[in-house]
Design a protein around this ligand. Structure first.
Ligand code: CAA
Length: 274
């Protein structure tokens, strides 16, 4: 499947179904719901630079009708994080290794990381709501991918772990801010620096997940949530998400002004005659 658009409209940012499969990803659109599936279950959906660049390209070419994006993993684990071959001298074929990127010029090195982060950042766009459906292990980059989504629905066997510091690295796939926003600085320090595992009950208690359900019910729970989100008018949903996302960085007075500005647009859109 080409990711949206007619043959004429195909842009450089679109990947074919076959190209995605080679990277270990699937992308399907059903009406207003787009579903990204990490599809390398035999390797516990380990992620590579190719995964992140493909995620970015899915975001860039997201069909305009899509309002909810579900991110899920095939098999027993959501994702076991970065492909551990990156730590070996051989690396991942065609993508290098940490040893090879370590010798890049600083600007090029940071650009490589920025390219990877682009695969995560679009999931917060105001005009969509992203939901991570997380079962089993979500380690390192897997945890960060779940954190990149607006909402997380977890199975009762979920095991979140921020492993990067234990491997000598920092979490750099945009996960530190949502983690702190959700659990606060002290808990984020504790989770990251101990690399301990968080299960379903604690994840809900800490605000890392909206809902925990039995594994067999994960798909249905996500579908139900998507349907409830889609029942709200798109313009209102987008404007409200924009307001809520900006609220932590504003004063009450600034936020009140932002509410007024958004509401003027809503009421004019809905009620202005002619
Ligand atoms: N990269 C590459 N292959 C992986 C992998 C990974 N991250 N995780 C698992 N696999 C492979 C295993 O090598 C194994 O392959 P083979 O069958 O070919 O031997 C297969 O997946 C199944 O793995 P297990 O037998 O270990 O499966 P399990 O269900 O018993 O255990 C697990 C699952 C707990 C996730 C375990 O596989 C594990 O601990 N994996 C490594 C997790 C990890 O340390 N990830 C790095 C996180 S840090 C990060 O992500 C850094 C960053 O962004 C910069």
């Amino acid at each position: 499947m080409s990711l949206g658009g007619s043959a004429e409209a195909v842009s450089a940012s679109e990947l074919s179904e076959k190209e995605l499969a080679e990277i270990g990803l699937r992308f399907e659109v059903d009406g207003e719901i787009g579903t990204i599936t990490l599809d390398r279950p035999g390797k516990r959906n380990a992620q590579t630079f190719a995964t992140w660049s493909a995620l970015a390209r899915i975001g860039e070419s997201l069909p305009s009708q899509v309002r909810v994006v579900v991110v899920k993993g095939e098999g027993p684990s959501f994702s076991a994080g970065i492909d551990l071959r990156m730590f070996t001298p051989e690396g991942v074929p065609g993508q290098g290794s940490f040893a090879s990127v370590a010798s890049l010029e600083e600007g090029d090195f940071e650009k490589r990381i920025a390219d990877a982060q682009r695969g995560f950042l679009w999931l917060r766009r105001p005009d969509i709501v992203s939901i991570a459906a997380v079962q089993g292990h979500a380690i390192g980059a897997g945890f960060q991918l779940a954190l990149a989504c607006d909402l997380r629905v977890v199975a009762d066997d979920v095991r979140f772990c921020m492993k990067e510091p234990a491997l000598g690295l920092v979490p750099d796939l945009t996960g530190t801010k949502p983690l702190v926003d959700l659990v606060g600085v002290p808990r984020a320090i504790e989770l990251c620096l101990t690399a301990r595992t968080v299960g379903a009950d604690e994840a809900v208690r800490l605000g890392l997940a909206e809902l925990a359900v039995p594994v067999a019910e994960l798909g249905q729970a996500v579908q139900d949530l998507a349907a409830a989100l889609l029942a709200t008018d798109r313009g209102a949903a987008t404007a409200t998400k924009r307001l809520l996302q900006a609220a932590p960085g504003r004063t009450l007075t600034e936020q009140a002004a932002a509410e007024r500005a958004e509401q003027v647009v809503r009421i004019r859109t809905l009620f202005a005659s002619g």
